[in-house]
Write a protein that binds this ligand. Structure first.
Ligand SMILES: Cc1cc2nc3c(=O)[nH]c(=O)nc-3n(C[C@H](O)[C@H](O)[C@H](O)COP(=O)(O)OP(=O)(O)OC[C@H]3O[C@@H](n4cnc5c(N)ncnc54)[C@H](O)[C@@H]3O)c2cc1C
Length: 552
């Protein structure tokens, strides 16, 4: 396969030449640098590349061009090369217009012209675009292969696990020729799905997530018996704590039950995280954080569920689902929140077969030409609506409350209102899901009138009732009625410290009712449910861990 392309389009020949020159200087060896002087010419070039079976990594388009402006060009280019990363080139005067455009179409960055020196102002942006393109899986790799049934919940779970861990894989339906060939080669029958074939050709039939983790190179077992710091939960709070803990010299291990990223990893685009004016995908942000933690030598274990905690003398001990234990001087609980199951006839049976919790991005492509329903009125549901409307025929946002204003950010409400194929149904709930082996229709109920309507539905994504799943802290760590962990000032009531507290001081700000056990992020009672605050609390908890260790 030839070199992937980078294409720049600008009607100003001098600028176009300069951009191409800068690109060639740094990327010319590995990428083919192409330029065009109009949107139409650039689209023609892209069509030729498509026909030749080539790949396009990056598109850089001038915002202000006659006939077709940069945004219009990028929108059309997306149809040909959806994985290519996109940036707008703008003059200072057009910055506001560019940011507005970024909110409407999916552009990754805008670059102010002229950039000088390119080492500081141009190459870092292009490097980030390339990294995102490579993460999107659009590259030549020895891939994991997954064979399964389109509507099998077990097959979906493996695909979701690989996608969340950013492990590139290729999917084959068990009833298609290549899928059948792989099953034959593995000596497996059609019932032995999902079948996972490793890059070196090892077949695993109906594997668990832990077995898949082991063969794709994700750590599942700790290297040491004892650490300075154990962090439970690999969302933004846990990752923040891992980066600061490990970089500040603590022997740190992070334990995650599924895949690092947590809720943030499911966000198609986080727009309010400091330092990313044009947004960042949750997967990209949290993958960078994971790599940063590993760079500082934090250990990251996945597919390990923590089911118990205890204080034994100076050690803080966690117990895993398989009964084994791990100890440290201090512990940070960063287990966040998870969605509550939506209850109603048919919903449990069809989970993983059309009904999904959170933003199952692996399903995006199969939403094409289908009617998608999203339940929830918070930002997460709004982001999902804007994400899936790019693929689906229609998206219906089902909201129990009578308005979105109280629960969703203004910028999302505006974008939803401006999107033709999204309908918002307030005062409405899902009453029933219908389908034999997969979701085919949903019954909605209007809360005011009691009217029921049954509508065809391809997918339902649920974003309601996020709650902490902290039963495993029963009898050990003090929590509020909903299960959120009390910390610091919450624990000192009427001047009295928590029951069993054995220190001659009040609990530190993020410390729980057990000395040396801290909580950070969404799992903490009265926390702000945001990525930035979770990261901040993770960092702050580490500082308090140092203080705790110094006074031992
Ligand atoms: C779709 C979506 C979009 C969002 N968009 C935004 C946004 O744009 N801006 C914003 O600021 N916020 C956004 N949020 C909210 C934000 O993602 C959360 O506030 C943030 O992720 C909280 O981080 P956390 O680390 O506290 O918990 P989480 O992100 O919930 O991570 C907790 C982790 O702990 C793991 N875990 C749980 N229990 C255990 C256990 N017993 N053992 C091992 N591991 C365990 C979980 O698997 C999970 O990975 C969004 C949330 C969602 C769902």
């Amino acid at each position: 396969m030839g070199r992937p392309a980078m294409l720049t389009v600008d009607d100003d020949q001098a600028v176009s030449r300069a951009v191409a020159r800068d690109l060639r200087r740094r990327y010319g060896e590995d990428y083919q640098i192409l330029r065009a002087s109009s949107g139409a010419e650039a689209l023609e070039t892209l069509r030729e590349i498509k026909l030749r079976g080539g790949r396009v990594a990056i598109l850089l388009a001038d915002y202000r061009m006659p006939q077709m402006n940069g945004v219009e060009f990028l929108e059309q280019a997306m149809d040909l090369f959806p994985n290519a990363r996109r940036a707008l080139l703008t003059a200072y005067a057009d910055t506001d217009a560019a940011i507005r455009a970024i909110n409407v179409v999916d552009v990754d960055h805008y670059l102010l012209k002229p950039w000088d020196p390119p080492d500081e102002k141009f190459y870092p942006v292009v490097d980030a675009l390339l990294e995102a393109w490579q993460l999107a899986g659009d590259r030549e790799v020895e891939e994991v292969k997954v064979v399964g049934h389109r509507w099998s919940a077990a097959s979906y779970q493996i695909r979701d696990f690989l996608a969340r861990n950013l492990v590139p894989y290729r999917w084959f339906a068990a009833d298609e020729p290549e899928g059948r060939r792989l099953l034959d080669a593995a000596g497996a029958g059609p019932e032995a799905v999902p079948l996972v074939v490793t890059p070196d050709g090892r077949p695993l039939t109906t594997p668990t997530a832990a077995e898949v983790a082991a063969v794709v190179g994700l750590s599942t077992a700790p290297v040491r018996d004892f650490y300075d710091l154990i962090i439970v939960g690999g969302g933004p709070a846990g990752l923040g704590a891992a980066v600061y803990g490990a970089s500040e010299g603590l022997r740190t291990v992070l334990v995650e039950r599924k895949a690092v990223g947590g809720q943030a990893g499911q966000s198609a685009r986080i727009e309010n995280y400091l330092g990313f004016p044009d947004g960042v995908s949750g997967a990209q942000l949290t993958d960078r954080a994971r790599r940063q933690a590993v760079k500082f030598e934090a250990e990251v274990l996945t597919t390990r569920d923590v089911v118990g905690v205890a204080a034994r003398g100076g050690a803080r001990v966690v117990r895993f689902g398989d009964g084994t234990e791990l100890s440290a001087h201090a512990l940070i609980i960063a287990t966040g929140v998870s969605y509550r199951p939506l209850v109603g006839p048919g919903l449990a049976e069809l989970t993983g077969r059309g009904v999904y919790y959170g933003s199952a991005s692996t399903e995006a492509a199969s939403c094409a030409d289908t009617d998608v329903f999203i339940v929830g009125g918070a930002n997460s549901a709004g982001q999902a609506a804007l994400f899936f409307c790019r693929y689906a025929r229609s998206v219906t946002l089902v909201v129990r409350g009578d308005t979105l204003e109280r629960s969703m950010s203004y910028y999302l409400i505006q974008q939803i209102a401006g999107t033709g194929n999204i309908e918002v149904r307030t005062g409405t709930e899902i009453a029933q899901a219908h389908g034999t082996d997969h979701l085919e229709a949903l019954t909605l109920i209007d809360n005011k009138t009691g009217t029921r309507s049954t509508l065809p539905a391809g997918h339902l994504f649920v974003f309601i009732g996020a709650e902490p799943q902290t039963d495993w802290l029963d009898g050990a760590v003090s929590r509020d009625a909903r299960g959120f962990v009390y910390t610091g000032p919450d624990l000192v009531v009427g001047g009295r410290r928590p029951v069993g507290w054995d220190r001659d001081r009040d609990p530190y700000y993020l410390e729980s009712s057990v000395p040396g056990v801290f909580a950070a992020g969404d799992v903490r009672a009265n926390s702000v449910k945001r990525v930035a605050s979770a990261v901040g609390e993770g960092a702050m908890a580490v500082t308090l861990v140092h203080t705790f260790l110094e006074t031992q």
